[in-house]
Design a protein around this ligand. Structure first.
Ligand SMILES: C[S@@+](CC[C@H](N)C(=O)[O-])C[C@H]1O[C@@H](n2cnc3c(N)ncnc32)[C@H](O)[C@@H]1O
Length: 211
């Protein structure tokens, strides 16, 4: 049965809730997303998150020392993110340090990526709806209520693959078919309910750890 989703109470909160918990616990570089993005000893890439959403992935990567540029095209989601980032910065300490590594842009990544010449691009489009909506977290359903689907995700991936100097990471449901119309991934990293399809263009140049 379809249920009406109210997105009025959606907030971006990097300090409380699951994101803050993960942050305080100090989830490390062994995390599946971190591995997919190419973080390793001595390797802390600069990343463009082309589908910023609620900024959770970007915040995790920034907390591990990466400089992350976040791009969000929905005006409303962008405003929620800006608000969440400002509140986390006001906490000071490690929160402020993490937010200082994050740069938020408003626009369409298909247009902005070619100008940014990113080292690593993360793409996490709205996933195809799953049969059992209870499986999909409330926050994701609320974003969907605001932004709808991302029918141009394949086009975004093509731009990302053409622009990324080192690699593109596509976050995709664990059991979904590979995205149609793009090349096969170089490798995959499997999480509990999602997987990361990694498309390698070149080796990431080692640089001193920033943390
Ligand atoms: C599934 S959410 C991303 C969730 C995010 N990874 C997180 O950790 O919270 C997808 C978001 O990407 C945005 N988006 C999709 N295509 C985009 C594009 N071409 N340019 C900018 N933003 C885009 C949507 O508006 C939506 O907010």
């Amino acid at each position: 049965m379809s249920q009406k989703i109210n997105a009025d109470d959606l907030v971006v909160d990097f300090v409380g809730g699951a994101v803050g918990h993960r942050f305080r616990k100090g989830e490390g570089r062994g995390n599946a997303l971190a591995k997919a993005a190419g973080l390793a000893r001595g390797v802390t890439p600069d990343i463009v998150d082309a589908t910023a959403g609620l900024g959770r992935d970007a915040f995790l990567l920034a907390s591990l020392g990466c400089k992350v540029t976040l791009i969000e095209r929905s005006e409303r989601v962008h405003a929620l993110l800006a608000d969440g980032m400002a509140r986390a910065a006001a906490e000071g300490g490690a929160y402020a340090e993490t937010i200082a590594r994050m740069t938020l842009l408003h626009g369409d990544s298909r247009e902005l990526l070619p100008r940014l010449k990113p080292q690593v691009v993360l793409v996490d489009p709205m996933h195809p709806p799953r049969g059992n909506t209870a499986e999909v977290k409330k926050e994701m359903r609320q974003i969907r209520a605001i932004v709808g689907a991302d029918p141009d995700a394949e086009e975004l991936m093509k731009v990302a693959l053409a622009c990324a100097r080192c690699r593109v990471v596509l976050k995709w449901p664990l059991r979904a078919e590979p995205m149609a119309g793009i090349r096969k991934p170089s490798h995959q990293i499997l999480g509990k309910s999602t997987r990361y399809d990694v498309f390698v263009n070149a080796r990431i140049t080692p640089q001193p750890d920033k943390d």
